[in-house]
Design a protein around this ligand. Structure first.
Ligand code: GLY
Ligand code: MN
Ligand code: MN
Length: 422
């Protein structure tokens, strides 16, 4: 992956303006309570550009008229850190992973003086001080201040002439198309997820509560070598499955109901995102079968639409139209608009280093993109929620369903669960 991080930086530098500097922080674990912190997960653009999975680092990329330069600032080990948290990554290891020459790996304390040198005409490594500062301006909510504006606060205060631009628009563009090595990582995440779902199917008939299946999944993927869940597991029995982000997973299971699982393992920071819906008992009722088959047919037909040139808009329209037709046939709805009561999310999203991966959703699909296809049907009155989600790679000719090994046909699920029925 070292060389890929180098290529990723090269591709990003090619998109940056001459006379610019990009700063990307690796982030740190958010505070949880008193002296506890949440687990650290690397800022994805930092990981993409460095192949380094460590907190409290900053990547600096510079582009002059004819020259480019990358350097990395890392945390220095102290006796306290070594004894209490374990040694931080050494310069040599950071150089090996990132492909940045060790002479360009410096300690955190050198960061501010180095920025001052770069901004100083006489000593700037790119010949002139940069005019543009690229920062990751991603923010979840429209009124939220991007964290990088605080991280770069001292630069913004001292060099007001800098034009601030969003590096994330460029990293999103690059990350949208995956390299083969990334697809291999995602395939491993999906394989862990398959194992987890098979354990769930085996245990389901003898379990009593949703959280037990959540635990079964985490247990299995951890044994398989995953670093953990890509996102909070949804284990939603009966009507809980009609709540899209139900993550409480505290309820008792009803033997006669369906249970919807939306979950995924991580592998080397790459995510899987799979939904499957199973009968708790191991056998579908006639009604559950009929509704499940609708969603399965839409899932398969929409996946079959995936190929270069197709747009998200087309995929969304196709799935919704098919759901409307089926829902009318089964007398679930009378007019088209009523489908919004039974299906209230979009057909999918890009997936990669982030579960809901960055990308430009207005562009037509290209080979190398990986997306989820996840139609659903949520009939609250009947206590039924069904979603079937796969992770699909766009290829030159069409698609490859990366999660095709995770069974979803009614007969296959029933046959798999049969030996475990109570
Ligand atoms: N797991 C979230 C989603 O399916 O988009
Ligand atoms: Mn999902
Ligand atoms: Mn999804």
């Amino acid at each position: 992956m070292t060389t890929h991080a180098m290529e990723n930086r090269k591709n990003l530098l090619a998109r940056m303006e001459a006379g610019s500097m990009a700063l990307i922080w690796s982030g740190s674990a958010p505070h949880r309570t008193t002296d506890q912190h949440y687990a650290y997960t690397p800022q994805r653009n930092f990981f993409y550009l460095t192949n380094v999975n460590e907190p409290n680092m900053v990547l600096m990329m510079l582009k002059g008229e004819n020259d480019t330069h990358s350097c990395l600032f890392i945390e220095e080990n102290t006796d306290h850190i070594i004894k209490w948290e374990g040694a931080r990554m050494e310069k040599a290891k950071a150089a090996e992973l990132s492909g940045i020459d060790e002479s360009n790996i410096m300690y955190e304390k050198q960061f501010k003086p180095y920025v001052a040198q770069v901004m100083n005409y006489a000593r700037s490594v790119i010949g002139k001080p940069p005019k543009t500062l690229y920062l990751d301006l991603y923010h979840v909510k429209p009124d939220e201040k991007p964290i990088a504006l605080d991280q770069a606060g001292f630069i913004l205060a001292n060099y007001k002439e800098l034009d601030i631009k969003a590096i994330n628009e460029h990293t999103s563009y690059l990350r949208m198309v995956k390299r083969d090595v990334e697809i291999t990582e995602m395939a491993k995440a999906i394989e862990h997820t398959r194992k987890g779902l098979e354990t769930i199917m085996k245990n389901l008939p003898s379990r009593t509560h949703e959280y037990q299946l959540e635990a079964d999944f985490l247990h299995e993927i951890t044994l398989a070598g995953s670093e953990g869940n890509a996102f909070d597991t949804i284990a939603a029995g009966g009507a809980n499955a009609t709540v899209l982000h139900y993550v409480a997973n505290r309820d008792a299971l009803d033997k006669d109901s369906l249970i919807l699982f939306d979950l995924g393992a991580l592998h080397n920071n790459y995510a899987a995102d799979i939904s499957r819906t199973y009968p708790v008992s191991g056998k579908f009722t006639k009604r559950q079968r009929d509704l499940y088959q609708i969603v399965l047919d839409v899932n398969k037909a929409t996946i079959a639409m995936v190929k270069p040139g197709v747009t998200w808009k087309e995929l969304n329209a196709f799935a919704k139209t098919m759901l409307i037709k089926q829902a009318k046939k089964h007398r679930l709805i009378k007019n088209d608009a009523e489908i919004n009561e039974l299906y209230y999310h979009s057909i999918g999203h890009f997936i990669g280093l982030d579960v809901h991966d960055v990308g430009h959703y207005d562009l037509p699909l290209k080979p190398g993109m990986v997306l989820t296809i996840e139609p659903g049907l949520y009939v609250k009155d009947e206590g039924i929620g069904i979603r079937i989600e796969d992770d699909v790679l766009v290829t030159e000719k069409g698609y490859r369903n990366l999660s095709e090994g995770i069974i979803k046909e009614i007969d296959d699920i029933e046959a798999f669960m049969k030996p475990y029925r109570q």
